[in-house]
Design a protein around this ligand. Structure first.
Ligand SMILES: Cc1cc2nc3c(=O)[nH]c(=O)nc-3n(C[C@H](O)[C@H](O)[C@H](O)COP(=O)(O)O)c2cc1C
Length: 369
């Protein structure tokens, strides 16, 4: 009798609440800046379809929840019926191929410029402090940042509501759920972290107060579409966009425990070693957060094939999200399965507006020979 090859941990099935995943390789949210005038375009149909596998889980790029949410050119939105219609064919194609598809809903906060704002107004934030000019920034951000306007306490429920409506719209567009973007120094993170949040109301000061905005959004969105269709992304250790915390470990654990009460589908956390792009952060571990959270845990940041298998085998995570490797290898799960070489990503084309180059022209294995 021939011995069967052992199954790779990344290729084992996983039940994420109501979703049956056939493997544990997740497409990380990747903003590609190709949604002209903030509308998802037909070329995104092919891009996401190429990366779909039956039973595979994918998270679509950061998508603005309102007309104050944007901060980069050509990022998509989900706050109007027209946005919903534009997303539908993209989602339909992923579903036709058996994929499970969440939309990342986001607000840039002060990582923006008045040119992206209605009536040229100042971007909104937890603070009126601008980002430091020498802040580490997302490398697609070829823009300058306008000093923000601090949100008044009574305006905050309106922003929570924007997230709620965006989630409703995402479901109407056909998405299976949403991932709330609480990472990378954007609006929610500007509330979470004491490096940015200098408020003295009930949304600032103590850990409990700084986490209030994020948790109100999670609760509102869960109430709107069902907790089983909600995930959140956090990056407590990241200090990009001038948004760092003095005690990231405590912040991560506090959020993990608070999220347990919400019963959401997953918590997705960016590794301390990676901030944005390639920049290496520190050597802290996400293990305490993993242990504090009762639901599905997803990690991202600098994983390769071997590393991902190891993280699952050692029960440090349930799923692994891949960004740059999946960007450059539309058939990443297949390549991992066959253990074959990967295409290299080209950073120069990450954020160009071209509908094909660096977007849908990375070769599949079959055409690679
Ligand atoms: C081109 C590009 C776009 C990105 N866009 C987003 C985004 O929209 N939302 C987000 O949370 N992270 C975004 N990220 C971060 C990735 O999701 C991921 O966490 C990061 O690339 C680290 O994972 P990797 O080492 O597998 O690439 C982006 C990264 C890249 C390279």
């Amino acid at each position: 009798m021939s011995a069967e090859a052992p199954t790779m941990p990344l290729l084992t099935p996983y039940k994420m609440g109501i979703f049956n995943l056939s493997h544990r390789i997740v497409l990380a949210p990747l903003g590609r800046l190709r949604s002209y005038n903030h509308f998802p375009q037909p070329h995104a149909i092919l891009y996401y379809s190429q990366r779909t596998s039956k039973g595979g889980f994918m998270i679509a790029e950061a998508t603005g929840v309102s007309d104050t949410a944007q901060g980069y050119p050509n990022t998509p939105g989900i706050w109007t019926k027209e946005h919903v219609e534009a997303w539908k064919p993209i989602v339909d194609d992923v579903h036709a191929k058996g994929g499970i598809f969440f939309l990342q809903i986001a607000h840039n906060g002060r990582v923006s410029n008045s040119d992206f704002q209605p009536n040229g107004q100042a971007p909104i934030s937890s603070t009126s402090n601008p980002m430091r000019p020498d802040a580490k920034i997302f490398d697609g951000a070829n823009v300058s940042f306008t000093p923000p306007r601090r949100l008044a306490t009574d305006e905050i429920p309106l922003i929570v509501n924007d997230f709620r409506l965006a989630a409703r719209n995402a479901i109407e567009a056909g998405f299976d759920g949403v991932e709330i973007h609480g990472a990378h120094g954007y609006l929610i993170d500007q509330f979470l972290k004491d490096g940015a949040n200098d408020r003295t109301d009930k949304y600032g000061g103590s850990l409990e107060n700084r986490c209030r905005f994020a948790l109100e959004i999670v609760e509102a969105v869960a109430e709107e579409i069902g907790a089983e269709r909600v995930g959140i992304r956090l990056s407590p250790f990241t200090d990009a966009e001038d948004c760092g915390d003095s005690d990231p470990e405590a912040l991560g654990i506090y959020m993990a425990k608070a999220l347990n009460k919400c019963g959401i589908a997953y918590c997705h956390v960016v590794e301390p070693r990676l901030t944005l792009g390639d920049s290496i952060g520190n050597s802290k571990s996400l293990l305490p957060m993993r242990k504090a959270f009762n639901g599905t845990f997803i990690v991202a940041g600098g994983y390769d094939h071997e590393d991902g298998n190891k993280a699952i085998a050692e029960n440090r995570t349930d799923l692994v999200a891949y960004g740059r490797l999946f960007l450059a290898n539309p058939d990443l799960p297949k390549r991992f399965e066959l253990n074959v070489p990967l295409n290299k990503y080209n950073r120069k084309t990450f954020y160009i507006p071209d509908p094909v180059i660096g977007y849908t022209d990375y070769p599949f294995l079959e055409t690679n020979a």
